[in-house]
Write a protein that binds this ligand. Structure first.
Ligand code: DAH
Length: 363
């Protein structure tokens, strides 16, 4: 065998020797990350054994220099060795790429039959639900919703509301005071003053909000609770409008057959004043349910709700509204009590515990 032929044989066996480390592996099942490594090694082999500087490339250059009668044989030898190298590399390259792409498909596979992780949807607090229902009713009657501050001066909390000095509501036992003489409002009636000062008359507002009183918490009291205040001032407003309005929203909230009842009372900021009750939405005023005493109304057929009256002339005057031209009615009631009735909650403190097991019952 000529030296040139030996050179070609050596190039072939050299490749075989190096290729063996890949060729003997089970490529179909090899670890995909290993397949990537092997592909890199294979590329390296390809460059070294078929590239411009490879032994085979060198041998090709010799073809022209081999004696004419041996040229064809030598050419064939070079060609067959080169073909073997190229086809082995190509075959292995394909197997490795296939392994890598199968692994990729596998890892990206999506099992659409696995049950989804459902996000827990939140919902409104029972007090918010009841508040929004009542707000909607009043907005449809032409009222606007008024929001105002919870920290007030004595002027707004008491003076402007015609609550004289020495009135029991002013006692520090009832009201929270800051060290520099501000009060946490003890009723939403303060918003009557703020709104009339800002907007004058005529005016129709509904003011929901938090109020604060120094009460010891029990089943029906918490030191912070919510009130809803209504105010309507215009020319010629009478108590008939008060009764009509209160009856209308209670009928829309509960039942068309709901009746209301006004009992004479006293509030400093109204004259005359009345407390109002409505016929029980469970027993419809009979006081009985299936032969038993009806629970929400305690068998009386009536549920006490809030205070109301005709806005006192002094209150109008304090807001620069002329009581000889305008008159109006106002009312206020507690939202917790309302929500407790609607959702049959026996202890209003639960509403502020923020225990989702409790809150989730009211959607
Ligand atoms: N502010 C009163 C309270 O907290 C409720 C009330 C009574 C509001 C009569 C009014 C009203 O607007 O006219 O007990």
């Amino acid at each position: 065998m000529s030296d040139e032929a030996k050179q070609v044989e050596t190039a072939g066996s050299e490749f075989e020797r190096e290729f063996a480390q890949i060729g003997e592996l089970d490529l179909e099942r090899s670890d995909p990350s290993k397949a990537e490594d092997l592909l890199r090694i294979l590329n390296d082999l390809k460059v070294r054994h078929t590239g411009k500087k490879s032994a085979i490339a060198g041998a090709k250059k010799l073809i022209g220099r081999v004696a004419a009668e041996k040229r064809a044989d030598f050419g064939q030898l070079v060609q067959s060795v080169e073909n073997k190298i190229v086809s082995k590399i190509a075959e292995t390259e394909e197997k490795l790429k296939d392994r890598i792409s199968r692994a990729k498909t596998e890892s990206e596979r999506l099992d659409v039959t696995i049950p989804g992780r459902r996000p827990r949807t939140g919902h409104l607090h029972p007090i918010t639900i009841v508040r929004q229902k009542i707000e909607d009713i009043f907005v449809s009657m032409g009222y606007s919703i008024e929001d105002d501050r919870e920290i007030e001066t004595d002027h707004y909390n008491f003076d402007a509301l015609n609550i004289p000095e020495g009135h029991p509501a002013r006692e520090s036992q009832d009201t929270f005071y800051t060290t520099d003489g501000f009060a946490l409002r003890s009723q939403t009636s303060t918003v009557q003053i703020r709104a009339m000062e800002r907007r004058g008359a005529p005016i129709r507002i509904l003011a929901p909000g938090r109020v604060y009183r120094r009460d010891t918490p029990d089943m029906t009291h918490t030191p912070m609770f919510h009130q809803l205040e209504g105010l309507c001032v215009d020319k010629g407003i009478t108590m008939a409008h008060l009764k009509g309005t209160v009856t209308e929203w209670l009928q829309r909230l509960f039942d068309k057959d709901t009746r209301t009842r006004f009992r004479p009372s006293y509030f400093p900021f109204t004259e005359p004043s009345a407390e109002f009750d409505f016929s029980c939405f469970v027993c419809h005023g009979s006081g009985k349910l299936g032969g038993e005493r009806c629970r929400p109304c305690k068998g009386s057929g009536w549920i006490e709700l809030g205070g109301s009256g005709m806005v006192h002339p002094n209150v109008l005057r304090a807001c620069n509204v002329d009581p000889t031209v305008y008159s109006g009615f106002a009312f206020g009631f507690g939202l917790e009590r309302m929500a407790a009735l609607v959702y049959e909650i026996d202890d209003i403190r639960h509403m502020f515990d923020n225990d989702v097991r409790f809150l989730e019952q009211f959607k």
